[in-house]
Design a protein around this ligand. Structure first.
Ligand code: ADP
Ligand code: ZN
Length: 722
């Protein structure tokens, strides 16, 4: 293969460089190895198989769990000029046949299927009917669905364990965004990956700003948070119950935020409609239960809010991970209230299975400790997944950004510790705080706790404050949480010493008691751009997206629009340097973008462009046909005819003829006519006039399958030339 992956990266995908790990995975696949990629959401998995699919001879088959996901992927790939399709149960027999035909004709780069289809013998036979004898490789997306240990096990994924046996020589690539080592191990074993190139990316999502606040007035805090976001941007708010989802959506609408509720109680069509509206930017804010998000690849979600405490840290990570897939700065806010633990705990206790209960309580306690401990969120989160964060602080979480102040609270700490000690470490945090603040509850009277020395010592401060002291003592190791179903704080050795007067206790106090505007840090370095131009480009994007029936982000991402608005590209070469703009997008959209820019600039003479950064190499004008074409070209230049070339290269004749047409279109000197047998051209022209050139199938069939697809393609090219 003569072509360099980085060249294809630029010419097809419009990116200047691979992200960490992408290149290793891509090279593994190009070398025909099995590959295992463990990378976080937004890490750029799709590119890892799409790029080799384009470069390798033949068609790659991608297994994906959700139809919605497949559709988005196909839209995105097609927008880049990749020949992609998906066969789903929703497709009409007609459509299915057409896709099957192009697969057999070697005219597809990528075919998406659901696992249950792949498990059918007949479908496997169909896959073998490719001119190359089978797919170039299999890519298994969301591979954790095969593991019962994963958070999203799907029985229909189990068949994939047999795939290696059925197609022993076809490379297999598996991808997952699940971070836990146990699941990863399970995937590799079940899929029988052979000595795979394994890449485990960091789970650090650098562009996410993590923030956890005490929930004092949730609605108010939410409204202020949203008001602080760029206008009209997309966001998701998670709540735990259907009822709370509806309430919050209503509350937002009453306050002028266009929000839509989403939960499992809605009819299926309604849910699909809402997803579609969200993806196509018709509804900016979704209030949802965690059911929302799986299967939504929208890259420009700018914020995720957890209004309630999530049940597990992994869940929190996956849900916040839906923000900022495009790499732009995005925010994740969790509104924390210790009261949520009792609510979730109540649900956990409903389970009949004791193991289940214990596991879920453990997970919940880990979540609680994560949320209530003011240490760098990133360090804590990655630590949970066994990944060490190299720096001590991250600069992109509330703790590192200075939302907390260290205050000495030795006296307050001792008051709490003594309340715990005097009640024999047998009571929960709520009760301990009741004692300290001198509350008059039934339990206090029942246990005569109003007679304790510590009773009411802290009544000058609200109960919430004392709860934070308890949390800080837990975080500092002065208290620990007991095991078992009703965990309570217990004194540790360090706690005992502190209580007896040794050492000092410092806690981090949240400076955001009054919700203030958090200085939203933008940590992507965008060039300065004109907002007016950006708006114009955005409307153009919406218009194109509607015409093509695809989500706006498939046309251009926000970052692309910002770059265009900043650099105001003057020609195709400059345009092709915008983020995410490859060959296909230059061809399809340059004229319209240029037209729109010219029109706007003619009435806004004050708009300045930012000079494009100088590049080391002179900008390549993208010519870009892969190495396989060049090999064919070399043989043509030696004077060989296509049947011989096909034989030498071990490819189908149709594929070679397809190469000739593409080469010709690309400006190579090729005498197409010379490759046609006498009389074929005339017959083909008649048939094509009769049956049209939109699809070649009718003409192919009308010829009694005598004239091949390749020959028809050549004739079409000749007709277009004339
Ligand atoms: P995943 O499937 O891993 O969640 P995607 O494949 O959807 O992630 O990629 C996330 C985003 O990153 C997409 O918007 C994609 O266009 C972008 N992206 C991927 N690779 C690169 C790259 N090398 N340079 C710039 N952007 C990239
Ligand atoms: Zn941090």
């Amino acid at each position: 293969m003569s072509k360099d992956p980085s060249e294809v990266l630029e010419s097809v995908f419009g990116y200047t460089s691979f992200r960490a790990n992408q290149e290793e995975l891509v090279r593994g696949l190009l070398a025909g190895r099995d590959v295992f990629g463990i990378m976080p959401t937004g890490g750029g998995k799709s590119l890892c198989y799409q790029l080799p699919a384009v470069m390798l001879e033949g068609c790659a088959v991608v297994v994906s769990p959700l139809i919605a996901l497949m559709k988005d992927q196909v839209d995105g790939a097609r927008a880049l000029g990749i020949r992609a399709a998906c066969i789903t149960s929703h497709a009409s027999p007609e459509e299915k046949r057409e896709i099957a035909d192009s697969y057999r004709a070697g005219e597809l780069d990528l075919l998406y299927v659901a696992p249950e289809r792949l498990s059918m013998e007949s479908f496997q036979d169909f896959l073998r009917s490719h001119p190359n004898g089978g797919p170039s490789f299999f890519a298994i997306d969301e591979a954790h669905c095969i593991s019962e240990w994963g958070h999203d096990f799907r029985p229909d994924y189990l068949f994939l364990a047999e795939l290696k046996g059925r197609f022993p020589t076809t490379p297999l690539v598996a991808f997952t965004a699940t971070a836990t080592p146990r699941v990863a191990e399970d995937i590799g074993r079940r899929l029988q990956l052979q000595n795979p190139v394994t890449v485990r990316a960091s789970f650090d999502r650098k562009n996410l700003f993590y923030e956890i606040r005490s929930r004092t007035n949730g609605d108010q805090q939410l409204l202020e948070f949203i008001a602080d976001q760029p206008e009209g941007c997309s966001g998701v708010i998670y709540r735990t119950s259907r009822k709370s989802v509806e309430e919050t959506a209503d509350m937002l609408r009453r306050n002028g935020v266009p929000a839509q509720a989403y939960h499992a109680g809605l009819a299926a069509e309604m849910r699909t409609q809402i997803q579609d509206d969200f993806i196509k930017d018709r509804i900016p804010v979704i209030v949802a239960t965690v059911a929302f998000g799986m299967g939504i690849d929208k890259p420009d979600v700018r914020y995720v809010v957890h209004y309630d405490l999530p049940k597990t840290v992994e869940g929190y990570y996956q849900e916040t991970g839906r923000a900022g897939r495009d790499g732009d700065a995005s925010r994740c806010l969790l509104l924390y209230s210790p009261g949520d633990i009792a609510k979730i705990g109540y649900l956990i206790d409903q389970s009949e299975d004791e193991d289940d209960r214990n596991r879920n309580w453990t997970l919940l306690r880990q979540m609680d400790s994560f949320a209530s401990t003011p240490v760098c969120r990133r360090v804590a989160l990655l630590g949970y997944f066994g990944e060490e964060y190299v720096a001590e602080k991250c600069d992109a979480c509330d703790v590192c950004a200075g939302s907390f102040e260290e205050v000495e609270a030795t006296y307050e700490g001792r008051v709490v510790l003594s309340a715990v000690a005097r009640t024999g470490s047998r009571f929960g945090a709520v009760h301990v705080c009741d004692i300290v603040t001198g509350a008059n509850t039934e339990r206090i009277r029942q246990f005569k706790h109003h007679e304790l020395k510590t009773y009411g010592l802290g009544k000058n401060r609200p109960k919430k404050y004392w709860r934070r002291v308890v949390d800080a003592l837990l975080a500092g190791g002065y208290l620990r949480t007991s095991e078992g179903q009703f965990p309570v704080p217990q004194l540790t050795e360090a706690g005992g010493l502190l209580m007896k007067g040794q050492g000092t206790f410092v806690m981090r106090e949240d400076l955001r008691i009054e919700p203030e505007k958090a200085g939203a840090k933008r940590f992507t370095s965008d060039p300065p751009y004109d907002v007016g131009v950006f708006q114009v480009l955005k409307s153009l994007r919406t218009q194109i997206a509607e015409e093509e029936g695809v989500p706006p982000y498939v046309v251009f991402g926000d970052r692309t629009l910002r770059q265009i608005a900043a650099y105001l590209p003057q020609n195709e070469a400059e345009f092709s340097r915008m983020h995410g703009v490859g060959r296909a997008k230059v061809e399809k959209y340059y004229d319209r973008v240029a037209g729109e820019l010219a029109c706007y600039l003619s009435t806004h003479s004050d708009v300045q462009s930012t000079p494009l950064p100088v590049r080391e190499a002179a900008p390549k004008v993208v010519k870009g046909l892969g190495g396989t074409y060049l090999e064919t070209l070399a043989l043509v230049q030696q004077g060989l005819k296509y049947p011989e070339i096909a034989q030498r290269r071990g490819l189908s004749e149709s594929t070679i003829l397809g190469h000739l047409v593409r080469l010709k279109e690309n400006g190579e000197k090729i005498d197409l006519r010379q490759h046609l047998a006498p009389g074929v051209e005339e017959r083909a022209i008649t048939l094509l006039h009769e049956h049209g050139t939109e699809s070649l199938k009718p003409a192919f069939e009308a010829s009694g399958e005598q004239i091949s697809y390749g020959e028809l393609k050549i004739v079409v090219a000749l007709m277009q030339e004339e």
